[in-house]
Write a protein that binds this ligand. Structure first.
Ligand code: NAD
Length: 261
């Protein structure tokens, strides 16, 4: 148990990678704030399940990560409820697949807001408390697309390259405050985000579903396997541990060798 007496906010944690990270931090003893969209009864089941399984407190915030005031409000709520936000995981993200000339401008703005600017706003709100307490862990879910591009994902690739830069900048600003800032860059993980982009990828590339899965997604990863949500969550737990106190400003890949290739 590395996070007893600590509290964490995980954005975009009602499904996929974020939910696995929230559960893993709770397993280590942290109180957690879940955030994101979904069916209210399913969210409540996850929230209550975390409390009963791990003996911690879990709250749910419906804050929209495209809205700066809502993000600041969520951090303030977490600080009021738990006394602190010690761990901030900026994980909320969406995807949209289209050629640049057809890419809807509002989709571009939405992806930059949710996948990149939300991390800036959440850090802005959480850093003063972390500095006051002299400890903090900020983990940003980037992507293999923070290092390499794919066609038809202009906004996503731009946002993920941006979050890698924001991570390094924040790490330098906070280095003497015992606050580390890192990003994790998964390859393809089978979550709703990946599943939803298959029809548009089929259209953009003129492929069948099986071809998208095998010739686009799995073909990118030399291991030819999807990464699992728990493999990403394990890295988040490690980054919160004392063993990782000198790891800051890095971009840790968990991508089956994708970005080595
Ligand atoms: P997911 O769709 O399962 O989860 C996304 C989460 O973000 C959900 O909880 C959703 O409700 C939430 N969300 C979306 N818009 C939001 C908003 N406006 N405000 C608040 N919450 C919002 O997808 P996932 O694959 O688990 O993605 C999580 C993160 O991992 C994203 O940043 C994504 O870019 C990144 N990532 C995913 C993969 C992958 O292959 N799945 C690979 C690399 C990086």
């Amino acid at each position: 148990m590395t996070l007893t007496q600590k509290s964490a906010v995980v954005t975009g944690s009602t499904s996929g990678i974020g939910l696995a990270i929230a559960r893993a931090l709770a397993r280590e003893g942290a109180n957690v704030v879940l955030n994101g969209f979904g069916q209210p009864d399913e969210i409540e089941r996850e929230r209550a399940g975390i409390e009963s399984e791990f003996g911690v407190k879990a709250l749910y915030s419906a804050a929209d990560m495209s809205k700066p005031e809502a993000i600041a409000g969520m951090i303030a709520e977490a600080e009021a409820a738990f006394g602190a936000v010690d761990v901030l995981v900026n994980n909320a993200g969406i995807q949209f697949v289209s050629a640049i000339e057809d890419f809807p401008v509002e989709k571009w703005d939405q992806i930059i807001a949710i996948n990149l600017s939300s991390a800036f706003h959440a850090m802005r709100a959480a850093i003063p408390g972390m500095k006051k307490r002299g400890w903090g862990r900020i983990i940003n879910t980037a992507s293999a697309h923070s290092l390499v591009a794919s066609p038809f994902k202009s906004a996503y690739v731009s946002a993920k390259h941006g979050i890698a830069g924001l991570t390094k900048t924040a790490a330098l600003e906070l280095a003497t405050h015992k606050i580390t800032v890192n990003c994790i860059s998964p390859g393809y993980v089978w979550t709703p985000l990946v599943e939803k982009q298959i029809p548009d990828t089929m259209k953009a590339r003129g492929l069948t579903k099986e071809q998208v899965i095998h010739d686009v997604l799995l073909a990118a990863q030399p291991t030819k396997e999807f990464v699992t949500v728990d493999q990403v969550a394990a890295i988040a737990v490690f980054l919160c541990s004392d063993a990782a106190s000198q790891i800051t400003g890095t971009n840790l890949s968990v991508d089956g060798g994708w970005t080595a290739a």
